[in-house]
Design a protein around this ligand. Structure first.
Ligand code: G3P
Ligand code: CA
Length: 255
């Protein structure tokens, strides 16, 4: 398997904006991705799901309630599942006002639009395939969209991850040159098999310690940890020698 070291400098840690710079702008919108760039993140992270008419779109929750105004635009469509709406219907939604009225013009971005809007930036992409068991064909559709925008396939520009390790394995089979990551905390017994198709193990910050990071490194994989909020938690991750920190505040990650 090809390895792609991500450390920006010998002492550096990759700085990844979680759902963009999601403390500064509504998560998973183009505004949040641009904010990650202004905060000098190395990567932006996003979550891909799929509309009813099978277009990959960027959204974290599997329903539209929390981060759009779907309840008022489409009353009676409870529980407002992402996969129950067509792209045209999603495009009518306001995906920013829940965060601040300043962002009322933000829309739910498609993956295709995000790839083309962010292509010219120097940001790298950490792409999460979210709940693919709900969306038959999503993993290969994501691969197809990436093939159509090949600048994202330049070495070191992209990592694809999922909590669904079957999807990670499938993606690795489809695009073996693209580094992949499993989300979660695999056991020592699971690591050898994972090393056959993944390059990253990306756990919650409070599920690991220095010995865990050493164990993943011994299998020639890297660790991007997520969920750390306080400066003390971030410092602890630096002490564990993680390779990257996925944070709502990329500006606060030490460089
Ligand atoms: O990239 C890690 C992180 O995004 C995983 O959790 O729930 O924010 O998608 P979640
Ligand atoms: Ca995510």
């Amino acid at each position: 398997t090809v390895r792609h070291p991500t450390r920006v400098s010998p002492a550096g840690i990759a700085d990844i904006g979680h759902r963009g710079a999601s403390a500064s702008a509504p998560e998973n919108t183009l505004a949040a991705f641009r904010a990650a760039r202004s905060q000098h993140a190395d990567y932006f992270e996003l979550d891909v799901q799929q509309t009813k008419d099978r277009t990959p779109v960027i959204m974290h929750d599997t329903t539209l309630r929390r981060t759009t105004n779907a309840e008022s635009v489409y009353p009676g469509r409870s529980p407002w599942r992402v996969g129950d709406f067509t792209l045209r219907q999603l495009e009518r939604l306001d995906a920013g006002s829940w965060f601040s009225s300043r962002f009322r013009h933000e829309r739910v971005p498609t993956l295709a639009r995000t790839l083309s809007e962010m292509e010219g930036s120097d940001l790298k992409l950490l792409l999460e395939i979210k709940d693919p068991s709900l969306y038959p064909g999503l993993t290969s559709r994501v691969a197809g969209q990436l093939r159509a925008q090949p600048r994202w396939l330049l070495p070191g520009r992209l990592i694809v991850q999922s909590f669904d390790w079957g999807s990670v394995r499938e993606f690795h089979r489809l695009m073996p040159a693209v580094p992949t990551g499993v989300l979660g905390t695999p056991t020592a017994a699971q690591l050898p098999a994972i090393a056959g198709y993944a390059h990253y193990v990306n756990p919650r910050y409070d599920a690991i310690n220095a010995a865990y990071v050493r164990r993943v490194h011994a299998r020639h994989m890297e660790v991007f940890a997520w969920g750390a909020g306080s400066a003390a938690d971030v410092r602890r991750l630096v002490g564990y020698r993680v390779d990257g920190i996925i944070s709502d505040r990329p500006e606060a990650v030490p460089r």
